[in-house]
Design a binder for this molecule. Structure first.
Ligand code: C5P
Length: 396
C-alpha cells in the first residue's frame, strides 16, 4: 500500500475522480488530492475532499503565506503521483519541465514515481506534439495508463482513442506499477476456464469453472513482471490488460493452442478445467428432440498436462486437481504421473470456495513431498503463493 497523490486536471473525466479516490482508499492506499483550477470547473473541492478523506491542495492553498512550500511537501509525501485525468497541457508542461502551477511544480520538485491517465479528444492525443511529450515522459520513467477507446465527450465525435481508463482499471494499473518485479523475464503460459465439448451446433458438455483462479494467476504474474500468454476456455471475464489472450472452446483446441506455445514458455500453470471426455461424433445439424432415452457415446480427451510432463525438460509445470474425496492421495498421484513441480488441490465440496467463487482454499503439494495447506484467501492471493513457488523452481 502506498501514499498516493492524485493530481486532477481539467477534463470531463474529472467527474470520475471521487470514485477513483474511494477505490484507492478501499484498496488500502493513503490518498491526497491536488486539483487545478480547471479541474474544479468539473468537480467540486468538497466531493474530492470527502472521497479522499483529506483536504484538497489547490492553487489558492499554495498561494497562502503558510502554503509556500506545498509543492515540495507534496512531492516528498507522495510515493506515487497519479495524474487523472491528464490533459494534453499537463503532459506537455511536465515533459518540458514547466512549473507554473501547483501540479507541474510538484512533479518537477522530485516526485518519486509518476503515472498519467490521459483524457482528451482523439485528435489532441494523436497530435505529434502530444505523442512526443508522452515519449519524453516515458523516457523519464513515468508510466502512462491508456487512454482507452470508446465514446468521446464532444458531441458528434463518436468513438475514438482518448477516453480516460475507468477508475477500476486505473487502480489495477497503479497496483501493478507498485508491485516488485520479481518475475521479470519469465515467459509464462497459463490456461484457464472450462472447455466445451459439442454434441451438435447448440449443445455441449462443460463444467462450472469460471476461469477466475487462472485469470488471477495470469494477472498476478503480469504485475510481477512476467510475460504472460493466457489460453482461455469460454468465460465471462474480460481479457486482462497486458496479457496475450488466446480464446479456445474445446479440449482439442486448447491442446493445440498450448502445444504451439510450449516451446516459448519457461513455466506453465494449467488451471483450466479441461473436459475429460468429448462426444465421439459431433453432429453437423441440431438433432431434434425425441421422446425416448438417449445414449451418448464419449471418447477420452488427450491429457494436455501429461503430454507437457513428458517433454518437461527444465520447464516449471503446475497443475490443478479438483477433488471431492481422497484429495491428497489423488493429487499426489497426479503430481507424479504428470511429472509436475507443483499441484494445487481444490476442494469442490466446500462452501464459498472453488468454482466461481472469488475465494479459494487450497493445498499445495510439491515435487519434493512438501504439503502446504493454505487458509481460505482471495484467488489473487492464492495466485501469488503459487507464483512464489514457480519463481523458486524457475530460479533453481
Ligand atoms: O487428471 P485431472 O483432470 O484431475 O488433472 C487435472 C490437471 O490436469 C489440471 O491441471 C488440468 O488443467 C489438467 N488436464 C489437462 N488435460 C486434460 C485434463 C486435465 O491438461 N484432458
Amino acid at each position: 500500500m502506498a501514499r498516493v497523490l492524485v493530481g486532477v486536471t481539467g477534463g470531463v473525466a474529472a467527474i470520475k475522480v471521487p470514485h477513483l479516490l474511494r477505490l484507492l482508499r478501499g484498496a488500502g492506499h493513503e490518498v491526497r488530492v491536488l486539483a487545478t483550477p480547471r479541474a474544479l470547473e468539473f468537480v467540486t473541492p468538497l466531493s474530492l475532499a470527502v472521497a479522499a478523506g483529506s483536504e484538497v491542495a489547490t492553487e489558492e492553498a499554495w498561494f497562502r503565506p503558510e502554503g509556500g512550500a506545498l509543492h515540495i511537501e507534496l512531492a516528498r509525501w507522495a510515493e506515487v503521483v497519479l495524474v487523472a485525468p491528464a490533459t494534453a497541457d499537463a503532459l506537455a508542461k511536465a515533459a518540458l519541465g514547466l512549473a507554473d502551477d501547483l501540479l507541474s511544480a510538484t512533479l518537477l520538485a522530485g516526485a518519486r514515481r509518476v503515472a498519467w491517465a490521459p483524457a482528451m479528444n482523439e485528435a489532441m492525443w494523436l497530435a505529434p506534439q502530444t505523442q512526443a511529450h508522452v515519449e519524453r515522459l516515458k523516457a523519464l520513467g513515468h508510466a502512462v495508463f491508456g487512454p482507452g477507446y470508446g465514446p468521446l465527450a464532444a458531441v458528434g465525435e463518436g468513438e475514438g482513442w482518448g477516453r480516460m481508463l475507468e477508475p477500476e482499471e486505473l487502480l489495477e494499473r497503479l497496483n501493478a506499477l507498485l508491485t516488485p518485479k520479481d518475475l521479470e523475464g519469465l515467459r509464462l503460459l497459463v490456461s484457464a476456464g472450462p472447455t466445451r465439448e459439442y454434441l451438435d451446433p447448440v449443445r455441449f458438455l462443460s463444467n462450472p469453472s469460471s476461469g477466475r483462479q487462472g485469470y488471477a494467476v495470469a494477472e498476478a504474474a503480469r504485475d510481477r513482471g512476467a510475460e504472460v500468454v493466457l489460453v482461455s476456455g469460454p468465460t465471462c471475464l474480460p481479457d486482462p490488460w497486458g496479457v496475450e489472450v488466446v480464446r479456445v472452446e474445446s479440449a482439442l483446441e486448447m491442446r493445440q493452442a498450448i502445444l504451439e506455445r510450449f516451446a516459448w514458455a519457461e513455466a506453465v500453470v494449467m488451471a483450466a478445467a479441461v473436459a475429460d471426455y468429448r462426444p465421439k461424433e459431433v453432429l453437423r445439424d441440431k438433432e431434434p428432440k425425441a421422446a425416448e432415452a438417449k445414449t451418448l457415446h464419449l471418447v477420452p480427451n488427450p491429457d494436455i498436462l501429461k503430454e507437457l510432463g513428458e517433454q518437461k525438460g527444465n520447464k516449471v509445470l503446475v497443475g490443478f486437481a479438483m477433488e471431492t474425496q481422497e484429495g491428497l492421495e489423488r493429487a499426489k498421484g497426479k503430481l507424479q504421473r504428470k511429472n509436475l513441480d507443483l499441484i494445487v488441490l481444490n476442494w469442490v465440496s466446500r462452501e464459498g470456495v472453488g468454482f466461481g467463487s472469488p475465494e479459494n482454499e487450497v493445498v499445495l503439494l510439491l515435487r519434493d513431498g512438501q504439503v502446504l495447506a493454505l487458509p481460505r484467501m482471495a484467488k489473487r492471493q492464492v495466485a501469488d503463493r503459487i507464483l512464489d513457488f514457480v519463481r523458486t523452481f524457475w530460479k533453481a
